[in-house]
Structures are given as structure tokens and as C-alpha cells.
Design a protein around this ligand. Structure first.
Ligand code: ATP
Ligand code: MG
Length: 716
């Protein structure tokens, strides 16, 4: 480093500088979390611009999210000034793909003003095609087909490239036929889906030498962040564009590959050297983000994965606090503890903006949202909707509202044909007309219209069923617990079974959300009280500028960092997810472990891991055991605490019963089957009080794990 260094080089370590200054030829930066990969990439961009090696329009720079692109633009702007304004090719794969495709749309039969379909449109279209192909949509759901097509597009496969084996995955070998029909239909509609943005471009680049040569000449430099999560089509696309000049710099971390379910291929890292012989491989080993304890905890967990490229990490930061592992009684207590910790942090002068709560599954956010609303902690949900704003929750709430309050026309209108029950727009319009003419609620109008002969056939039958169902549910409001009623409504309306038939990751997430909704309801005395709570929640959007705690999934947190991070729900079946456990084998489990690694390494100074001994599902208490990842945390870097009465013995009992998850984990503590739903539907808690004790886990229970690849202290 010299005093004449431009600002963007100041403070960079030697390998980072190398990554910045090696502008020519292929470069692969392979390094662990928080080692300044993104920082180096940003500096590299500034350097290319500052030294006039390229114009802003001559650099292709791919980030994983739009947010990351904005961030990079902002930072480069600070380093080199306005010149960054004209960086058209800085963005996500999708954003860049869309921009390119608009210029060449005609080469694949589209016009440049093509529309990009969202998932709903995509499904509607597929449903039409499935019907046209005379297939039973119940047996061959549109969502399954959508999933397959997405998968093929992620692999860079056009319909012509689908082999019999792949085609066999849908409707006894009709996969390819429907994929082809779908693509043809999209073209006819002058539309494409997200997958097409890259696939069409790939096809164009492969087919049209002039276009390819143009871009190869144009993009003097190519840079890719989060390279470990690129999928095949993205990889092929990059390789084509870079093949001529070979000035491509990718940064990534094999331990943070967490999108294989979306077709990401960590092997792309290994292929890099083969495709770009002589590539310079740079390793960054100094972590600037996290304290030694946090780093060691993360390294200890990830050391349990096999087949890693392996890296050393060290940090100069102060040891800081140990990672806190907090065992709590149940979900509500988990939310309460997190809320209390946040309060304390706030009183100590921390901003809510510096705090994040990371969940494994979307449905987990609900408990925290409710708690924070009750106690007035501002929060934001990143990469998703707030719980009560999610589509399936709104649908379910609409049913409940009509049942509770028949005059709620908005709610009725929302669900009158959800799930699809064969009511055409015309039939629904007739109901509206009658309601208006007679000044009565839609529900009443629906009943009255059946007394006439205005509706016939399927419409008459399904509206009739709905009216009967509604009346029955309404009669049950005072008869059965409202949580049970909600479940009955979701089942009898067909809402649940439609989702169950889909068998997609997305659908199972929606089902989990609905389960969570029922769980939330059970915390209120009546259906009315619950609905009242929801309307208050919906109205509680804090002002934009105010600091807020961030709640998001681990997936959405990739590349980000926060001073304090709460890692919640670290229990077997939740994290690692039940899906990963059911699948068996090491692949999905190792991906979950990489998620754990990503999660821990988001924290700068404080990481607090929580696990609850009980979760309530449909009014049943289920005991859970701490995640195996908790077990894998190196003892010397954590501090454990349990807030349960007799916490130590109970927790130990949990540990020792790990081999048999169905065992009564709390044998001898008075908890057992008789405990579930004590009289009155409420559950008492053992001991009545919450004694808080700190203790260290019994070392003999900790599995020997290979030494974490971390050395702490002042290396270098
Ligand atoms: P991830 O794998 O999580 O994406 P990363 O390798 O991209 O992490 P960055 O986000 O670039 O890491 O950097 C982590 C933190 O370290 C940031 O706060 C960044 O500003 C800081 N940092 C990076 N390089 C240096 C450096 N040379 N000196 C001081 N701080 C640095
Ligand atoms: Mg990064």
C-alpha cells in the first residue's frame, strides 16, 4: 500500500488487491464468509472505471439480488463519482437477461415489448394447456409442471433437448409435449417467464454468431458475485460471453451454496479452472466481519460437511461475546426472549437497523410479528410478505371473516371462487347484481339466487354447495373451538387439498403458513378476538424512515451482515428442515448445514441461537429436540442458557433421548401425554415458574468433530 493509492485500494489486504488489480484474464476468488469478496469486487469495478480500462457500459457485473446491485452501484458511486450512473449492465441475472432480450426479442419470435409473466399467470396458462391436453389436473397439477419447466430452463434445456427420461416426469411421458406447447403459447402471447429471460438469450447467443461476437467485444470485463449459486443456464451464458476476452472475475464460497433446490450447481466453481485454463485462484483468509467466537462457531458447524474445498479463516477482531445458545420452553417464549434482548440492546444504544432475526421457514415469522406488534418493536420482513399479508393467509382470513360476519362482502368476493369451484365471472356478476338490487350482502344474494332458475349446471351446484357450507360453518362458530373450525373450513372448502396435491416446495410453505395461522388463532379467546387482532396488525405499518428490526429467511440474508443476529428455531425438523430429514442422504443435510454456516456468519458482534423444547401444532404440544447444528457448535465458543424450570435436567433429558425422537423427552419431569391439552384446553407449564440458569453442556455428549478450520488471533 502506498499513500498515492486511490481511495478504493486503501485498506485492502494483499490478496484483495490482487483480485482488484488482476484485471486481465480469468480470476476466481474463493473465500469464506465475511472475507471481503464483495468488497473486493466493488473495488475492482471502481478500479476499472477509474483507470479508464472500460466504460461503464462495457462492464457486465452480476449480483445475486437487486438490493445487492443497488448497494454496489451506491458504493462505486461513492468511490468514483457520477460515472457509475451509466452502468446499464450491473444487476441480477434476470434483470440483465431481460434487458438483453428486449434488444433481440425478434430472434426468438417475440417483440421487444414482451411481457414477463408472474407465477400466477404462468400457472393459469399451464392449467389451460393441461386441460387442452385432456389431462386430469388433480393428478397432474399445473404447479408440478411449472416446477419441471423451471428446472429444465435452469439447466438451459429447450423443449427439443428434453429426453424421454425427463419427459417421463410428467403425465406418463408428456412432459416434453406440454413444455413445447407452453413455449409456443408464450410466444403467441408475446410473453415470457423468468426462466426464459436467460434461456432465450442463451439460445440466441448459441445460434447467432454475430450477436455473440457483438457482446463478446462489448463486455470487456465480466464480474460475478455469489458465484457458488449460479445454475447451469447462467453458467453457460457467462461462459459464452467470456470466452473471447476471458476477463472474467467470479467470487464465491462453496460453503455458502444454498440454492441447489433452484438448480444451482456448486460444481461450477470446480469447472471454472477447466473452462478457463490458467485462471488465477485467489484465496482470502482474513475475516473482517465477525468476532472470533462467531467465526469459530460457524467453522465448527461447517467442518461436519464432507467434500469441502476447505479454507482457513482468521480475524483480528476482539474475542467479543461467546455465541449464546438459549433453550426456551416454547414458541411464544422464544419470541418474548428475542423481544427482551432487543429491548436491552436498544436501551444500550443499539439501533434496530443493526438487528436481524433469521428464520429457516417463512411461517416462523408470525410469532415474532405478533410479539413485536404487541410490544411496539418496529420490524420489516425482507424477501417476502408480512405474515398476514400472504395470499393464502388472506384467503383463509376471508373465509373466517365471512363466517364471523356474513355482511363482509369483500371477504366473500375474495373466496367465492377460491379454490376454483367452477363459478364463471357471469355467475358471480349475477350475484353482485342481485345484492345491489336488493341491498343485501353477497352471501344472502348467493342464497337467494338459488331460489330462482338463473343459474344452471356446474355454477348452480357449486354455489349451492358453498352456501350450504357457509351456513354449516356459521352454526359451528359457537359449537367448536375456533382453531378447529378454521381447520375444518380449510379442509371442507377444498383449500388444503389443492395445496396438498401440488407437492411443490412453495405449496408446502403455504400449508405451513396455514398451520401457523391456526396456531396463532388458538392464542385468542374467540374468533372475533382473533380477527380483531389481525385487523390491528394489518394497520400497523411503521413509518418508512424509522429504524426496524429485520426479519427474514436465511436464504434472503445471503451476503448481508448485522451487528446482532438472532437465529431462531434451531430444532430438528425445523432446522434442519423436516423435508431435508425425510429425504435422507447427506446432500440435503449438508445444504442445511451450509445454511447454518451462512446464518451464523451474518453476525458481526453477537449471535444468539434459540431453540424451543415445545412447539404447538394444531393444539397439540409436540416436543422437539435441539438441532444437531447446536450440537456441532464448539463448546468453548458458546454459552448455553435454559430458561426452563429444572432447565438443566430437562435439557439433558432432551439430549440423551436424541436417538429416539418419539420418546417422551421429559420423562420424570411431570410432562407426558397427559400433559397435552389439560382441562380447559390450556396447558400448564411444569413448575409454574421460569427459573433461569446458566450451565455448560456436558462435554461427553458432544460428538467429536474435526477441528474447525479456524485459527483465532493475530495471524499475519
Ligand atoms: P459473504 O461471503 O457473506 O458475501 P464477503 O466475503 O462478500 O462475505 P464482504 O461483505 O465484502 O464479505 O465484507 C465483509 C465485511 O468486511 C464488510 O463490512 C466489509 O466492509 C468489511 N471489509 C472487507 N474488506 C475489508 C478490509 N480490507 N478492511 C476492512 N474491512 C473490510
Ligand atoms: Mg459477499
Amino acid at each position: 500500500a502506498s499513500p498515492d493509492d486511490p481511495p478504493y485500494l486503501r485498506g485492502l489486504n494483499a490478496p484483495q488487491r490482487e483480485a482488484v488489480l488482476t484485471t486481465e484474464g480469468p480470476v476466481l476468488v474463493l473465500a469464506g464468509a465475511g472475507t471481503g469478496k464483495t468488497a473486493a469486487l466493488t473495488a475492482r469495478l471502481a478500479h476499472l472505471l477509474n483507470t479508464r480500462k472500460a466504460w461503464p457500459s462495457e462492464i457486465l457485473s452480476v449480483t445475486f439480488t437487486n438490493k445487492a446491485a443497488r448497494e454496489m452501484r451506491h458504493r462505486v458511486g461513492r468511490l468514483v463519482g457520477d460515472v457509475v450512473e451509466g452502468m446499464p449492465w450491473l444487476g441480477t441475472f434476470h434483470a440483465i437477461g431481460a434487458k438483453m432480450l428486449r434488444r433481440h426479442a425478434e430472434l426468438v419470435g417475440l417483440q421487444s415489448n414482451f411481457t414477463i409473466l408472474d407465477t400466477d399467470d404462468q400457472l393459469r396458462l399451464l392449467k389451460q394447456l393441461i386441460q387442452a391436453a385432456d389431462l386430469d389436473e388433480k393428478r397432474w397439477p399445473a404447479r408440478s409442471l411449472a416446477g419441471l419447466i423451471d428446472g429444465w430452463k435452469n439447466k438451459g434445456l429447450t423443449p427439443a433437448q428434453i429426453d424421454a427420461g425427463e419427459s417421463e416426469l410428467y403425465a406418463n411421458g408428456r412432459g416434453q409435449e406440454l413444455y413445447a406447447a407452453y413455449q409456443a403459447r408464450l410466444i403467441a402471447l408475446n410473453a415470457c417467464d423468468f426462466g426464459d429471460l436467460l434461456l432465450h438469450m442463451l439460445v440466441i447467443l448459441q445460434r447467432d454468431r454475430d450477436v455473440l461476437a457483438d457482446y463478446q467485444r462489448k463486455f470487456k470485463y465480466i464480474m460475478v458475485d455469489e458465484y457458488q449459486d449460479t445454475n447451469s443456464v447462467q453458467y453457460l451464458w457467462l461462459r459464452l460471453l467470456a470466452q473471447e476476452r476471458k476477463n472474467i472475475a467470479c467470487v464465491g464460497d462453496d460453503d455458502q451454496s444454498i440454492y441447489s433446490w433452484r438448480g444451482a450447481q456448486v460444481e461450477n466453481i470446480l469447472k471454472f479452472e477447466k473452462d478457463f485454463p490458467g485462471a488465477k485462484i485467489i484465496r482470502l483468509e482474513q475475516n473482517y466481519r465477525s468476532t472470533p467466537h462467531i467465526l469459530a462457531a460457524a467453522s465448527g458447524v461447517i467442518a461436519n460437511n464432507s467434500g469441502r474445498l476447505g479454507k482457513q479463516l482468521w480475524t483480528e477482531l476482539d474475542a467479543g461475546e461467546k455465541v449464546k445458545v438459549l433453550g426456551v420452553w416454547d414458541g411464544p417464549e422464544e419470541a418474548r426472549r428475542v423481544g427482551e434482548e432487543i429491548d436491552t440492546a436498544q436501551r444500550a444504544g443499539k439501533s434496530l437497523d443493526d438487528i436481524a432475526i433469521l428464520v429457516r421457514a417463512q411461517h416462523q415469522t408470525r410469532e415474532f410479528e405478533d410479539r413485536f406488534i404487541a410490544t411496539g418493536i418496529n420490524y420489516r420482513i425482507v424477501g417476502g410478505f408480512r405474515f398476514y399479508e400472504r395470499a393464502e393467509i388472506r384467503d383463509a382470513l376471508a373465509y373466517l371473516r365471512v363466517v364471523a360476519q356474513p355482511a363482509d362482502d369483500l371477504a366473500f368476493d375474495r373466496i367465492v371462487n377460491v379454490p376454483k369451484r367452477g363459478l364463471g365471472d357471469k355467475a358471480v356478476a349475477r350475484v353482485h347484481q342481485l345484492a345491489r338490487a336488493q341491498g343485501i350482502p353477497l352471501v344472502t344474494a348467493a342464497a337467494r339466487i338459488l331460489d330462482t332458475d338463473e343459474l344452471t349446471g356446474a355454477a348452480r351446484k357449486s354455489l349451492g354447495n358453498l352456501v350450504i357450507d357457509m351456513a354449516r360453518w356459521r352454526a359451528q362458530v359457537t359449537e367448536i373451538p375456533h382453531g378447529d373450525l378454521a381447520r375444518i373450513i380449510l379442509d371442507e372448502s377444498g383449500y388444503t387439498s389443492v395445496l396438498q396435491a401440488e407437492k411443490s416446495v412453495e405449496a408446502s410453505g403455504r400449508l405451513e403458513n396455514l398451520t401457523e395461522l391456526v396456531r396463532a388463532m388458538e392464542e385468542y379467546d374467540s374468533l372475533g378476538a382473533f380477527l380483531e387482532h389481525v385487523s390491528l396488525v394489518m394497520d400497523n405499518e411503521a413509518a418508512v424512515e424509522e429504524p426496524k428490526v429485520t426479519i427474514m429467511t436465511i436464504h434472503a440474508a445471503k451476503g448481508l451482515e448485522y451487528d446482532t443476529v438472532f437465529l431462531v428455531g434451531w430444532e430438528e425438523g425445523l432446522f434442519p428442515s423436516q423435508r431435508a430429514l425425510d429425504e435422507g442422504g447427506t446432500n440435503s443435510l449438508e445444504e442445511e448445514r451450509r445454511l447454518a454456516y451462512v446464518a451464523i456468519t451474518r453476525a458481526r458482534r453477537r449471535a444468539i441461537i434459540l431453540h424451543a423444547a415445545n412447539r404447538r401444532i394444531y393444539g397439540q404440544w409436540t416436543s422437539s429436540i435441539p438441532s444437531r447444528f447446536v450440537d456441532e457448535l464448539p463448546l468453548e465458543h458458546i454459552e448455553s442458557e435454559s430458561s426452563m424450570a429444572g432447565g438443566e435436567s430437562l435439557w439433558r433429558a432432551n439430549w440423551s433421548e436424541r436417538a429416539d425422537p418419539f420418546a417422551d423427552v421429559a420423562r420424570g419431569t411431570g410432562r407426558g401425554p397427559g400433559w397435552q391439552r389439560a382441562a380447559g384446553g390450556d396447558v400448564a407449564k411444569p413448575g409454574g415458574s421460569y427459573a433461569s440458569r446458566t450451565f455448560t453442556r456436558e462435554p461427553s455428549r458432544v460428538r467429536e468433530s474435526s477441528a474447525p478450520a479456524v485459527s483465532i488471533g493475530n495471524a499475519g
